[in-house]
Design a protein. Sequence first.
Length: 94
Amino acid sequence: MDLFPKNRYTRGFSEKRPPMKKTPLLEIATLLAPFGVSSPPSIDVAVEGFQIDSRRVAPGELFFALKGEKEDGHHFLPMVRERGGVGAVVSKEY
């Protein structure tokens, strides 16, 4: 008996998510504004997905730089840019 069957909520990391509709970065920034997220004044790029793991960022994806117990996602921002990430949500202190 599998105690943790894979479904849309418990998908394994190796499985690919279904494609996200391309969403303008400005629209995402507007949705996140109530949480204190601000954006540069001119954003004209479509976001094709998102990641919290910099090693998995693909071209067109938005990276959420989270500070964890062991690692700080802000340290990996150069890697995200190299991998084709279109932007990053960073903490205010960064």
